[in-house]
Write a protein that binds this ligand. Structure first.
Ligand SMILES: [Zn+2]
Ligand SMILES: [Zn+2]
Ligand SMILES: [Zn+2]
Ligand SMILES: [Zn+2]
Length: 498
């Protein structure tokens, strides 16, 4: 297809979906709704132009960390390595077949690479190799070119090349050299490859499963048109490798559709810092424009600040003008600089001994360490502190791993209210946390509580995840089962009472 006809097709494609792309002076291409969208409605979905699983080639001896290149499943030990290149894994012949048109070229290229160099073939390198192979195959008409699946959409992505520092540029140049070594293309433009790496860093998406665990990376050039907001009206989730953008809020006609590129739980400064670092832009969303206003100051002090000296007080603290410490804005009690400093260094000291990902043997030890950290953080931070929340998330995960269900449930119940404070009501993390809580309650025989938690999980997740995915079907089946059990228990109690 020619460029002009692709553009016309794209416009029709958008029109059919009640969308339009406008060029805004500050933001560049932006996606707008030409009709209203309800929360939970699918705005747009797109298969990846290219994608690769998050495999680690340094660990070539075992397949435990590997995923199938076709479906991203970790089939534990049933994955088989491609005999040609020894780099890629498949769950079976159907995935291998469906990938072969593209992989046969990649396979040949990777096979010529010596074993030492194969270790440097990271997912990002593979993504680039696949980008060029796919472009060539589409140019040669071996693979079809469609409205939403063509290289000109990749060309249109922003790269922010002028803002990249020298160190980063050097790294991109080295990566481009490796890609060139793999591809052995006759007329390769190293600068173009480097520029594409820069495009990846601001445009590639992490593909997550329904529980928001990262599985791989992919390029969805159409989804990349959607701009960021720290209080977005839409969310990007994945159904297998398909990107699905759903409204999480009421989107009125003619308004811009936004998603969040980053973790939104954080102060304005924290959010802006991570956007600047990874996406190289200064966010001017409604939430960021409140910077320095009373509400924004309070929000930062709650999410990242200290707790009142009075244990029972829920006030937030601000630095006192005389620099003596931090003053509670509710009861005016002062917490001295020295006390805060002492506690903070104690937390730091204990944290240094805590393993980020403890091995199976020392999990119990790690749990004890993290409990100590949590106790200290409870005395130091505001009860809605992000740092404290992260510690509790780690504890919850480790307690689930060692099957300490009761304790896990206790932490789950501590995390939920914090999520509800730091995330918007329709954020999938709130739904997922209720799901975990519901499963734990059910396991521990608290059926009524389980029904309530699973219902809350369903109500949140149907907005972000829809209702038709296998994950949501499983949730709704669990909910039905729990409801049936609860009503059986009710009848039993009624019969016993009479
Ligand atoms: Zn597969
Ligand atoms: Zn291969
Ligand atoms: Zn913002
Ligand atoms: Zn107070």
């Amino acid at each position: 297809m020619e460029e002009a006809s692709l553009m016309a097709d794209l416009e029709r494609f958008l029109e059919d979906r009640c969308l339009s792309v406008l060029n805004l002076p500050q933001k560049g291409r932006s996606l707008f709704a030409t009709r209203g969208f309800r929360p939970g409605e699918v705005i747009l979905s797109q298969k990846p132009y290219i994608c690769v699983p998050n495999n680690n080639n340094n660990n070539t001896s075992s397949s435990s960390e590997s995923r199938c290149d076709g479906c991203f499943k970790t089939n534990d030990n049933n994955l088989k390595r491609c005999s040609g290149c020894q780099v890629v894994w498949y769950c079976g012949s159907s995935c291998q077949k469906s990938e072969w048109k593209l992989h046969r070229h990649e396979c040949k290229a990777l096979s010529t690479l010596d074993k030492e160099k194969r270790k440097f073939v990271t997912p990002t390198i593979r993504l680039m190799v696949k980008l060029y192979i796919k472009r060539n195959l589409q140019n040669e008409k071996v693979l079809p070119v469609t409205t939403t699946d063509n290289y000109s959409l990749v060309e249109a992505l922003v790269s922010h090349m002028s803002e990249i520092d020298e160190k980063q540029m050097l790294l991109y140049a080295q990566m481009a050299n490796l890609v060139n070594l793999i591809l052995q293309l006759p007329s390769v433009d190293l600068r173009e490859i480097a520029e594409n790496f820069s495009k990846f860093s601001c445009n590639a998406h992490t593909i997550c499963d329904s529980e928001l665990r990262p599985q791989g990376i992919g390029l969805f050039p159409f989804v990349s048109i959607i701009n960021h907001s720290c209080s977005p009206n839409a969310i990007l989730v994945f159904e297998e490798q398909m990107a699905v953008v759903r409204a999480i809020d009421k989107i009125p006609k003619d308004s811009e559709i936004t998603i969040s590129y980053i973790e939104t739980a954080g102060s304005t400064l924290t959010r802006q810092k991570s956007l600047k670092e990874q996406y190289l832009f200064h966010c001017q969303c409604a939430r960021c424009n409140n910077f320095g206003k009373p509400h924004d100051i309070e929000e930062s002090a709650i999410l990242e600040g200290y707790r009142c000296a009075d244990e029972k007080c829920t006030g937030f603290l601000l630095r006192d003008p005389e620099e003596k410490g931090f003053v509670c804005q509710k009861c005016l009690l002062l917490r001295s600089k020295e006390e805060v400093k002492k506690l903070a260094s104690e937390v730091k000291r204990v944290s240094e001994n805590a393993p980020a990902s403890p091995s199976a043997e020392n999990k119990q030890g790690a749990i004890e360490l993290y409990k100590t950290i949590e106790k200290l953080q409870v005395t130091l931070y505001n009860s809605f502190s992000i740092t404290l929340m992260r510690t509790r998330e780690k504890l919850l995960k480790m307690l689930m791993d060692v099957e300490s269900w009761r304790e896990a449930l206790n932490y789950c119940r501590l995390i939920v209210p914090v999520y509800q404070r730091v995330y918007p009501a329709t954020h999938p993390l709130i739904g997922l946390q209720f799901y975990t809580q519901g499963k734990l309650e059910w396991l521990l025989g608290e059926t009524k509580e389980a029904v309530s938690s699973l219902t809350k999980a369903f109500d949140v997740l149907r907005i972000s995840h829809g209702t038709s995915t296998p994950f949501m079907k499983e949730l709704s089946a669990k909910l039905e089962e729990a409801r049936a059990e609860a009503s059986y228990i009710d009848r039993q109690t009624y019969n016993d009472d009479n």
